[in-house]
Design a protein around this ligand. Structure first.
Ligand code: ADP
Ligand code: MG
Length: 569
């Protein structure tokens, strides 16, 4: 909560205005019953003063109450929405800076649910905050005036306040865990629905709609049960919380009526008291709902800051330096690496030196660790032992930005955004001139099919646009990698979905692009091997053979076996 203050203090002006509105509004409201008392005692009963000044005062108070409420709501809303906006941005910014390895371990549906619903909860709480300040002031002033008017009547009408507080507190401690649980389950439901939609083709192809429905139903039932638990608790407590002020009012009527009849207090005082108690009912009830909102929002705030406190496992070291323009030497020095900081090693004593400008093909059985080596070269994670170096710099000693800018990677299933083809290609260099975009597309063998799209380079692709074939996607992704003119180019099965004839053309163009750049190709076809001057065989997380095609054919059983497994083009 204290950290939430930090966010509010950024909007000091609006916070002050809304709190000022709240305070003055509370003050105005607390004055009304006193004026009523004067009207009854001084004007109606004793005729000591004329009515009109009091009427003017009452109208003035009403106008002031309105004006201050406007101030409170308008600026309060601005603060609440503004803080929500800041938190959303902070969370998104933070998630973007998280390392890929950590994000992979987190269910994205829950993350998105978190970012949205928690920020909304906080906004709800902050909206409530000025109202509560106004109410608290009203309660304090009212009690002060009541005690001054009649201590006895105050005690009787206010004994129930502590009961209210205790009950609220009990409700708070019971409802909190229930609503927290419900929020967790909400994230689960979102995740399952999201999965079912993303994987809709698989679901339908295997005729598993019913099973997906059952999965959602089960999670939704869990959510329903959990929310109902919270509702049951609220149903049990809320009516009691609401009935208590009614009892207070009844006590006033009985005792106050008796006191007026016996001339202990004036009729005006009695009326003022009755108005005060009536005015306190709403804040007392609101206090109870504030408890609920505050608990939920606290859960939200905790999770937001929990998220913001997640340290990226992979970040720039304090002394990290920007990598100078690279020659392009790459070295894996006896690297051991397992996903999730350990577990089964994906790389186990992996050693490989690639000289600048060399074209190396990696071949190996599926799961042998080729992609994991690429993963480490981009420094999406650090090796447990050993080191990855470029131009002799340990990746842990250089800034991520300067590293990744100089490495271009295209994967088997690179992601395309639902933007135009042009924007997808120029993703890393939004200011790249159009000719360069076209040149990159040509080099990736994508230019011809892009021109044939409905709007050419301006065609929107991806989820909400035109769907491209797997091979077309891969070529757009390849163009994106090439546009940055990286010193080190890594193609990890990057053309696996491109048909063999087209791939020939892509390769012809790639040969030019690769000249002078370090290139690491994960090979899935024999033709890919022909692009390389050196072939490295990877097995069980380590390099087991290294040489030229003819040498390996002659001496390596594994290489021959792998080749016969590769597509023969
Ligand atoms: P290749 O690219 O040669 O097919 P990978 O490098 O993808 O092999 O995989 C090497 C090993 O690491 C495999 O045992 C695989 O199951 C495991 N692995 C790959 N990616 C992940 C991941 N994101 N999380 C956990 N394990 C992984
Ligand atoms: Mg792979």
């Amino acid at each position: 909560m204290r950290r939430l203050w930090g966010y509010m203090l950024r909007r000091r002006g609006a916070v002050t205005l809304s709190l000022a509105g709240a305070a003055l509004g509370g003050l105005a409201q607390a004055t009304v019953p006193l004026a009523e008392r004067q009207i009854v005692n001084g004007v109606i009963i004793t005729h000591r003063s004329p009515l009109w000044p009091w009427l003017v005062l009452m109208v003035g108070l009403a106008a002031a109450t309105f004006g201050f409420a406007y101030l409170r709501r308008y600026y309060g809303g601005r603060v609440a929405l503004g803080v929500q906006y800041d938190l959303r941005n902070a969370m998104h910014d933070h998630l973007q800076r998280m390392d890929a390895a950590t994000l992979q371990r987190m269910p994205t549906g829950q993350l998105v649910g978190r970012a949205n619903s928690d920020a909304t909860l906080v906004q709800g709480l902050l909206n409530f905050f000025p109202i509560m300040s106004s109410n608290v002031l009203l309660v304090i002033l009212s009690i002060g005036v009541m005690v001054w008017l009649s201590p006895l009547l105050s005690v009787v009408s206010l004994v129930l306040l502590p009961a209210l507080a205790i009950l609220s507190y009990r409700m708070r401690s019971r409802v909190f865990p229930a609503s927290w649980d419900a929020q967790q389950r909400e994230g689960e439901v979102v995740q399952i629905v999201d999965e079912g939609l993303s994987g809709v083709r698989v679901v339908k192809a295997f005729g598993q709609e019913r099973r997906e429905l059952e999965r959602v139903t089960r999670a939704a039932e869990g959510l329903y049960g959990s929310q109902m638990r919270a509702v049951r608790l609220q149903a049990r407590f809320q009516p009691v919380l609401q009935a208590i002020p009614g009892l207070g009012q009844a006590a006033i009527l009985a005792l106050g009526g008796w006191m007026v009849l016996h001339h202990r207090i004036s009729l005006g005082t009695f009326l003022a008291f009755s108005t005060y108690v009536a005015q306190l009912v709403a804040p007392a009830q609101r206090l109870a709902s504030l408890m609920t909102i505050a608990q939920q929002a606290r859960a939200g705030v905790e999770r937001i800051f929990q998220l913001l406190d997640l340290e990226p496992g992979i970040a720039d070291a304090p002394a990290a330096v920007a990598l100078p323009g690279l020659r392009g030497d790459v070295e894996f020095r006896d690297v051991t690496f397992g996903y999730g900081g350990g577990g089964e090693a994906a790389l186990d004593g992996f050693s490989l030196e690639v000289r600048a400008g060399q074209r190396v093909a990696l071949v190996g059985p599926s799961g042998s660790g080729k992609s994991s080596a690429v993963f480490l070269l981009e420094r999406f994670d650090d090796p447990q032992t050993g080191a990855v170096l470029v131009d002799g710099h340990d990746l842990r000693d250089v800034t991520l930005a300067s590293l990744r800018r100089q490495i271009g990677v295209a994967f088997e299933d690179s992601f395309l955004f639902s933007e135009s083809v042009r924007d997808n290609i120029s993703y890393s260099r939004p200011d790249a001139p159009f000719e360069e975009i076209v040149a990159a597309a040509r080099a990736a063998g994508a230019h011809d099919f892009i021109r044939a799209l409905p709007d050419g380079y301006d065609t929107t692709v991806g989820e909400r646009g035109l769907s491209l074939s797997g091979g077309q996607r891969q070529r757009v992704a390849l163009a994106r990698a090439l546009l940055g003119k990286p010193r080190i180019l890594v193609l990890d099965d990057a053309t696996s979905a491109v048909d063999a004839t087209t791939e020939e053309a892509v390769h012809a163009a790639l040969r030019e692009v690769m000249a002078g750049r370090t290139t690491i190709l994960v090979a899935h076809r024999r033709s890919t091997l022909r692009l390389a001057e050196r072939i490295v065989v990877v097995d069980h997380g380590r390099v087991v053979e290294d040489g030229e095609h003819d040498e390996l054919m002659a001496r390596s059983e594994l290489y021959r076996a792998l080749l016969s497994g590769l597509e023969d083009v």
